[in-house]
Design a protein around this ligand. Structure first.
Ligand code: ADP
Ligand code: MG
Length: 643
């Protein structure tokens, strides 16, 4: 069955689903909630602070609306909750005003403060609360698609379609897993915690099992000897090029190149992961290998996650190869049709040897004359499907994935299966370490002073916040609020925001302005994490630092310290001091990653899932590491019998 055959789906909803990355029935039924909210009545007479207070009550007064900061609004009214009169505030729901009338019974969910007897609601239902507790699945949505509509479509898809059982029967019995279709039904319509946990366990196992199995099968394919993989590389030409570089390669860069040239020359397919700390110099390694393939008359492709990165790499490559006959091209989604057609033409006729681009590289229109080598940069940003699509453009490309999220080797072996991993551990000489401080919110003035002097020096500043908008069930800072505050503190400077809900175009424009030093302070969510090089930025301030994993903090910190000047990183938090201190003392990405793995906590059913390396929907490589190991063993055994 296809998506468009579902009841009640039109071109509009189809488009909205596409925006969420849903293109077929399987995507839809596996579009899992990212969090579950537990709705159970609380006793207001506990006199306790509740982050997640739930109760029904009777509205006592007409709501009053007030507007602030332009688009924001708040509704406030009084309510009788379990015979106590409290004040209720809810943000940005002005449209609910007419539904909240004195005498109505409503259900409130939010943050309760017994001292001030106030409730900041994050949700209000216009009905009384059932006696039994309810679990609400929360999905990623987009404008125009409600949770109700999405839920309806998912359930319809589930009812009209068969679901493949991916877990072998024997394994299912061994662990007492439920039927996969049943698990899917439960995860989208949870009734009780017990069965939800069981369903999640089944689906998580399934996800990892499928991944591990595919990896293993891929590896088998890669072991096949075939002369079509052989590349006649002119090593003298490669070495001559290396001599023209403006710097000397580090030992690790050098041996990475040697090893991989051997791979390229061999008659088996190369499938390598090159990992190295931020700014350890992975790009030049990739470039040299692409050049090596060129000397053997093969084209190469390099796929990067953003337009700006593509342009940056392209410009670097043009400069580095200007005295050679290696022709470099660029392809991004934003180029005009004419420009794109020109690139397609040149690729087909072999007039481009190395194409750098965004996911535009995997467009159906792209065809190569002789693609032999495929590189993906910051590979964890791409879904597995995208990587495969690029590869399939050629019969036998060798593959190099690059990642700046170093993972200790033992862990990496499990996660990436038997992909050959090469780690760059030495950094180019002359790098200044980023000086890092953990600061309490009460020590913010120190940080502001430091920002002031950087700005005076015409240097730029990054400010990171975990949240985009005000979300009243947390105290976390958000980008809009921070912009407001920074504008008061730094009146004569240009301050802009950047976050994941902006369109790609808006994001690129902001990032380009920052790169051109037209923005002094950039306030952003973690979207800046990906490797853009702004050498003029010297300060990184991260609010609510305890909310981030150490590896993420390390990645963020890597945005500064890229030029010659001393850079600083400030981690602002009143919690989790011990863990954050690791960042203060340690600059080695591998050691940080090791610590991060050791500290991994148990997953919390009702907590937000962290987005980690690779694109797993339910599993988290760090949190579920032990499960990964278990599944890997199961897969090895299973495939042994299945030959
Ligand atoms: P990353 O590994 O994060 O992708 P890059 O490849 O962007 O890092 O390299 C960061 C910077 O270091 C670039 O400006 C690059 O030119 C420079 N670089 C790379 N290798 C060396 C080297 N051996 N010596 C000095 N500078 C180098
Ligand atoms: Mg890079």
């Amino acid at each position: 069955m296809e998506l468009k055959n579902l009841n009640g789906i039109g071109t509009k909803s189809l488009k909205l689903l596409n925006m969420l990355g849903i293109y077929n029935i399987d995507d839809l039924i596996r579009n899992y909630p990212y969090r579950f909210d537990l709705i159970a009545k609380r006793n207001i007479n506990d006199e306790k602070f509740y982050d997640n207070f739930v109760s029904d009550g009777i509205v006592l007064s007409e709501p009053i609306i007030s507007f602030f900061k332009g688009k924001m609004n708040r509704l406030t009214f009084r309510c009788n909750v379990q015979n106590k009169m409290i004040k209720v505030t809810i943000f940005n729901r002005a449209f609910m005003k007419n539904n909240i009338k004195p005498g109505n019974v409503i259900t409130l969910i939010g943050k309760y403060n017994p001292k001030s007897q106030t409730l900041i609601a994050n949700n209000i239902f216009l009905k009384a609360l059932d006696d039994k507790s309810t679990i609400i699945p929360i999905y990623h949505l987009c404008k125009g698609l409600t949770s109700k509509k999405l839920s309806k479509l998912i359930n319809e898809a589930l009812n009209c379609n068969e679901v493949n059982d991916n877990i072998p029967k024997a394994i299912k019995e061994k662990y007492g897993f439920m039927d996969e279709k049943m698990a899917l039904k439960i995860i989208h319509n949870p009734n009780d915690e017990e069965s939800l946990k069981k369903a999640l366990k089944t689906l998580k196992y399934e996800e990892i099992f499928t991944y591990m199995k595919n990896l293993k099968l891929l590896k088998r394919k890669n072991e096949i000897h075939n002369s079509m993989y052989k590349k006649e590389i002119d090593e003298k030409k490669v070495n001559d090029f290396i001599k023209t570089l403006p710097f000397k390669l580090t030992t690790d860069q050098d041996s990475a190149i040697k090893k991989m040239i051997d791979n390229l020359k061999s008659d088996t397919k190369m499938n390598r992961l090159l990992q190295g700390d931020v700014s350890s110099g992975k790009t030049i390694v990739a470039f040299i290998l692409a050049y090596a393939c060129f000397t053997a008359n093969f084209q190469s492709a390099m796929m990067v996650p953003t337009e700006i990165l593509a342009i940056q790499h392209y410009q670097n490559a043009i400069e580095l190869f200007k005295d050679t006959d290696f022709k470099v091209g660029i392809l991004t989604g934003k180029m005009s049709l004419k420009e794109k057609n020109e690139v397609y033409e040149k690729l087909k006729s072999g007039k481009i040897d190395f194409l750098i681009g965004t996911h535009a590289l995997i467009s159906d229109k792209v065809s190569w004359s002789n693609l032999g080598f495929v590189i993906t940069d910051e590979q964890h940003r791409f879904g597995v499907n995208q990587r495969l699509a690029l590869k399939s453009k050629s019969l036998a490309p060798d593959v190099l994935m690059m990642s700046a999220t170093p993972i200790p080797r033992t862990y990496a072996l499990t996660i990436y299966g038997d992909t050959d991993i090469f780690s760059i551990k030495t950094m180019p000489t002359g790098r200044k370490k980023v000086i890092t401080y953990v600061k309490k919110t009460s020590e913010l003035t120190d940080v502001l002073k430091s920002i002031h002097s950087a700005l005076k020096n015409k240097n730029q500043v990054y400010v990171i916040s975990a949240m985009i908008e005000e979300n009243e069930d947390t105290d976390y800072t958000n980008v809009y609020d921070l912009k407001h505050k920074f504008e008061l503190a730094f009146k004569n400077y240009n301050i802009e925001i950047l976050h994941g809900k902006m369109t790609g175009e808006e994001k690129d424009r902001i990032m380009q302005d920052y790169l051109d030093n037209k923005i002094n302070i950039l306030i952003s969510t973690t979207v800046v994490e990906v490797g853009v090089d702004v050498t003029n930025a010297t300060i990184m301030v991260i609010f609510d630092a305890h909310r981030f994993g150490l590896s993420t903090l390390h990645q963020l910190r890597g945005r500064v310290g890229r030029g010659m000047m001393q850079s600083y990183c400030y981690l602002i938090s009143d919690e989790d001091k011990e863990r954050l201190k690791i960042m203060q003392d340690e600059t080695d990405g591998y050691k940080i990653s090791e610590a991060d793995f050791k500290l991994r906590g148990q997953g919390d059913l009702f907590g937000n899932r962290q987005s980690g390396a690779l694109s797993f929907k339910l599993s988290d490589v760090k949190r579920d590491y032990d499960l990964f190991v278990k599944v890997k063993n199961d897969v090895d055994k299973y495939l042994e019998y299945d030959l």
